[in-house]
Design a protein around this ligand. Structure first.
Ligand code: GDP
Ligand code: MG
Ligand code: ZN
Length: 295
């Protein structure tokens, strides 16, 4: 008997795909032609599997992805959650802004979380990101204060957490989803620095629906590992520039220091946060031109 089913890849281990269907989790192999076409299925993929009596179930179709990141390989992420602490360690604005831009570029909604608000109650950065139109949350992991709104957002969605060691990722995830016990970051430490470990990604199902992606290699967000955002594309990754970028005097305005730049005017008027524009300028300097790239 042959039967086809749809499911979600929740784990990939030693060449075996764990596909969660409506009834059970199937351990599957992938159709050989995927590899030839460089279309190998990854965690987060929605797939169709074929089940035949006496054979290993096979992934025969990968449905279109709404998003895709490369390291770790993960499809269909709804949210990328960057965890920062308001102090110990202090947040790095450029890193946050790079993170947001990359998420935007990848078509994944960025979420910025500040922890340890019990240690320092004033955090001007919340208003910076609110102004920028980015989802931002403040939490105290010692009491759980502030985490319920974030939990509500993540319910029913596929999310991944990142942020430097010590910012409170594990504490936050434990507060949000008790009993989930993710590894985030821990395994790579145990195996030692610099050692090339297999990036094992796994999706954990949340009690109220949705999944959290966990992977040992994803503890800190290394912006250099991600796709290049070209100079020409950068402004569109700063969503609060949208209302102004098209109205500049020069059509090819880079919004750095050109006369008649409406983005710069909005910064001067306090509509666009200054630190966001500073990050933009810094990233613009680091970014490549499409033309340079062709050679
Ligand atoms: N005061 C305070 N301490 C926190 C908070 N969140 C985490 N911590 C502490 O910060 C340290 C690092 O937290 P942890 O969750 O392990 O961070 P991770 O490395 O990002 O997973 C631990 O000692 C936590 O108890 C918080 O909201 N407030
Ligand atoms: Mg941790
Ligand atoms: Zn401009």
């Amino acid at each position: 008997m042959i039967m086809n089913k749809q499911g979600l890849i929740i784990k990939l281990l030693g060449g075996i795909y764990f596909v969660e269907a409506s009834d059970v989790v199937y351990e599957c192999k992938a159709k050989g032609s995927f590899r030839k076409k460089n279309l190998s299925p990854v965690c987060g993929d929605r797939v169709e599997i074929q089940i035949k009596d006496g054979e290993t179930p096979t992934i025969v179709k990968v449905f279109d992805r709404k998003s895709f990141i490369i390291r770790p390989q993960l499809a269909n992420l709804d949210y990328l959650v960057l965890v920062n602490s308001v102090c110990e360690p202090s947040p790095n604005l450029l890193l946050i802004d790079k993170f947001i831009a990359i998420a935007e570029y990848k078509g994944i909604e960025p979420v910025v979380v500040f922890t340890k608000i019990d240690k320092k109650c004033e955090n001007e950065l919340v208003s910076v990101y609110k102004k920028a139109g980015v989802k931002v949350f403040s939490v105290d992991n010692t009491t759980g204060r502030g985490s319920s709104q974030l939990k509500e957002l993540l319910t029913g969605k596929l999310s991944a957490f990142t942020g430097n060691t010590g910012v409170g990722k594990s504490s936050l995830i434990n507060n949000l989803f008790p009993g989930l016990n993710l590894d985030t970051g821990e395994i790579s430490k145990k195996l030692g620095r610099g050692k090339h470990t297999t990036r094992h990604v796994e999706l954990f199902r949340l009690a109220d629906g949705g999944y959290i992606a966990d992977t040992p290699g994803f503890s800190s967000f290394d912006t250099n590992r991600y796709d290049i955002i070209f100079k020409e594309e950068l402004a569109s990754c700063f969503r609060e520039f949208d209302d102004y970028a098209g109205k500049c005097k020069f059509q090819d305005c880079n919004h750095i220091n050109e006369p008649g730049c409406e983005v710069i005017r909005a910064v001067k008027d306090g509509i666009i946060p200054k630190s966001r524009h500073e990050s933009y300028v810094q990233m613009f300097k680091e970014a490549k031109n499409l033309k340079e790239w062709e050679y």
